[in-house]
Design a protein around this ligand. Sequence first.
Ligand SMILES: Cc1ncc(COP(=O)(O)O)c(C=O)c1O
Length: 443
Amino acid sequence: MDAERARRLAFVARPGSTPLRIARTEGAWLYTEEGQAILDASGGAIVANVGHGRREVAEAYARELERASYLLPPFATESRLRLVERLVQRWLPAGLTRVAFTSGGSESVDAALRIVRAHHLAAGRPGRWKVIGRDLSYHGTTLATLAVGGHTKRRAGFEPWLPELPKAPACYCWRCPLGKTYPSCAVQCADEVEAAILRAGPDTVAAVIAEPIGGSTAGALVPPDEYWPRLAEICRRHGVLLIADEVMTGFGRTGKKFGVDHWGVIPDLLIGGKGLTGGYAPMGAVFAREEVVAPIAAAGQELMFFTYSAHPASCAAADRVLQILEREALVARAATMGEKLGKRLSRLLAHPNVGDVRGRGLLWAVELVADKATRAPFEARARLTEKVVAAGIAQGIFVYPGGVDPARDVITLGPPFTISEQEIEMIGERLERAIESAVARLH
Ligand SMILES: Cc1ncc(COP(=O)(O)O)c(C=O)c1O
């Protein structure tokens, strides 16, 4: 791959910028054509949970493709049935027993939105259609998922196509949108969800959607422990379905199988993606309680599939990735290595421009600011995050850019669960050097 060809064939060509040309991947590492080794500290877009280069997954995928190249999604295949059984028996919170597969996170959220609407329609509640999301959230990039999301940068310009849906404040304790401090705040952000339901009119609300731990929008926003149990209670009281979007947090990323497991909450619907196949195949899923699907089934309706939903080879890849997570006890490892990563990243707080370091398990974020005392961000035109990512690559580390105002500059970290202590040390050193060099270029 020569550089000029890579530039020319990018969908949006950026003058002076060449897409990273990766020749191969292994473990927690990316290798460029020129032989540079880059530590994948974000597992791509927080995806590569079992690490790169697992031959057994590639073999399981290939074997399934040889057996059946493509089948209509509702057909029963051994690979899908096996995967559903594994998920229900070993992975999902108790009670989530219905499983629909798609080709990714956005498609899964989109399907979940249709499911909650279909549920209320079939149950004789046609007035319930609004889905309440939160500020500083991301649920995907289709029009419906942008509408329920609170990622202002990704929504920008598309607003005429996005229905106005109520939003509740984010759990962003470091810059509390309500101007409060935990614990004296009494977790008012949760009560704000109820206030949004009441303002919208409970009889018009179909569901609330939230990420258990905010992903890369504002960077690893961990809510207070009271938040999710209270959210579940509020939804139950108002007959509103609760959707946990675990596309980023699911399958061990935060040190438990699912983010909601930190608080023992069982949502009505849970959405998975990314870690379900660890990047080995494009796949997402919607998991639902029996009671959510029962009225739809009783009304004789179906969930319209996407052509590539439940692709047999993707099912085989997912099943093998879950087996690896189980065999190597990688969820527990995400918890222990996550603590070590958190400790190492906290040392960056000594830097004058590192405002906050936050996260859980192996999902972490570093928020950069111009002034630590006032928490004022750098000017938007400085494009600091972009510069840190570029400087990181020069230093041999890939970090995922995040950040939406007021969390303007955020670096998100989510390495494979197989990350070693030595590699964690490298993440700390290389990220610090990348921040140093990017900030120096601003002056
Ligand atoms: C919480 C959450 N939901 C949905 C999505 C969209 O997933 P995809 O990019 O696979 O469509 C993402 C992607 O980052 C995500 O983090």
